[in-house]
Write a protein that binds this ligand. Sequence first.
Ligand code: ADP
Ligand code: MG
Length: 630
Amino acid sequence: MSDIIHLLPDTVANQIAAGEVIQRPASVIKELVENSIDAGSTEIQIIIKDAGRTLIQVIDNGKGMSETDARLCFERHATSKIKSADDLFSLQTMGFRGEALASIGAIAQVELKTKRKEDEIGTLIEMSGGNVEKQESIMCPNGTNFAIKNIFYNVPARRKFLKSNTTEFTHIEKEFFRIVLVNPSISFELIHNNEVCYKLKSCNVKERIVSLFGKGINSQLLSINADSSIVQISGFVGGPETAKKQNSKQYFFVNGRYMRHPYFHKAVMQAFDRMIQPNTSPDYFIYFTIDPSSIDVNIHPTKTEIKFESEQAIWPIVMACVKEALGKFNVTPAIDFESPETINFPYKTHSTEILDTPLIKVDPTYNPFASEKCSYKRSDSKTNWEQLYNGFEKQSGLTPFETDDSLFSETIKRNEFDFTSAEDQFQEEKEAEQLDLNMGKDENKAIYFQYKSKYIFTTTKSGLTCIDQHRAHERVLFDQYMQCINNESGVSQKLLFPEMLELLESESLVLKELLDDLNYLGFEIEPFGKNTYAINGTPSDLKPSAIKDYLLEIINEAKLENKDLRDELKRKMALSLAKTTAITVGQRLTQEEMMELVCNLFSCNNPSFTEENKKIISTIENEEIEKRFK
Ligand code: ADP
Ligand code: MG
């Protein structure tokens, strides 16, 4: 049998390697722009078409390449950045593996024009699928101009995996931010489909942050600084009041490179401890400078996690310098969100005046089941609690039950019901009777009572039914919102003062696509200058304070969604709105409100479960109740 092992041709090997380095247009931009930075450029222009699908062009004014280098740069392991493995430990450049251009050349059509300052004439090279198609001398400006066309044209399987243009553009913008935030002295321009998205002049870090995220962020940035023998830290954090649920801008950089660092993130969060609401997080832009030999550089080109030798020692430095910044600007915890009972109310220290203890008026005879016919006298003594059942039984038609593990009976013992007004009781009971939701005739009249401001108890034919008020409302609202979207018929409530929403280019692209559906849900949103929108109206149940969070959540969701999933997105829009606007735990409900909610719930197609399959209703069967008394 003949030998069967053979070496893969370079073109195939490069295509395979490309799979690791180049996942999408954003990765091409990252690699090309990093090369431009390494080449000492001061101006870098990025031009893309169709979110990079058809064209990615990066033009720089860096040192350019000689004719030979221009040819060599597409070879695998062709790099000018290291000569030996030792060089890895003092690496100051972005690239070093010499893989990027070989990979890009293997999966796209590439045109390179480059010229060094010292040369009269430049070089043009055209590549296609890893083969040089053309090489000639041309007149061109100093610097390098790469045009990458039709990415993955020869790897259909990969091309198929590209997401919608909006999603791909979002990835590009993300990479762009990560690069430009740590290279403020370089001017950048990003042009998409002939439109200038970002034009950034050479400036300092703070100005760069502001030029990306808008003037609004300027006054919120607190500068941080730490200088120790192991690390230097500089940058900015947003004040606690700017902490958000969505879209916090969180950036760590080390030695001019973006990194993710969950461990240091915790250090920042620790510094903000108790100054911000749970589930929110602050903006931060934190720059580390450290001896390159103390971080692990042998990272994968697409990975952004970086390992530090002395992480444990750096953690408290990060924490302390953020804390110091917060302290310096007199930002101290205003409210202790965890334990509201510790809030101190102002009191007079110099006055001898004795303040009266506020009187809480309690009607000790108050009982929702009481009427002239039956009045239950509340007593704190446990021995009298059975009396409650007497009235209970007569009035509500419920059979009393008792069990040690039953929260319900526990509560009756402790008189912890959220009783609605006793006067209304009779009237409401009558209404409930008319409604006769419970189907079972007289002895099963509907009465609602709220338990722990969380559950609604009522009787149904099969027994005693407990309904989770928040989930029930979420189900009802979800169905309504879906109907609005599908029938294109939302009701809007005008806002007294329009809310302004300032977005990134990518977010603005997404929002434009969502405008119709948002409109059907009841939003009135109007463009107000570049990437800014005025929200003039919202669905009627949405609190003004929740508007931005909701919209940003939906935009984020949509950014990463595939274009084919519009229906799924509609569902998410309705669901998220229902979750935001549904009554919460702790909200007291009147008999009328409970009745309306339960009625609406039972007219839903699936009253038993929420859209996320959470249980809404639980019934204690009649037999079960009977059993307890055997
Ligand atoms: P690496 O960046 O890891 O060295 P690349 O494949 O990205 O590998 O680039 C190969 C080489 O091509 C670089 O080392 C550099 O010498 C040269 N090169 C690439 N882009 C540019 C550019 N924009 N200007 C000057 N030289 C460049
Ligand atoms: Mg490179």
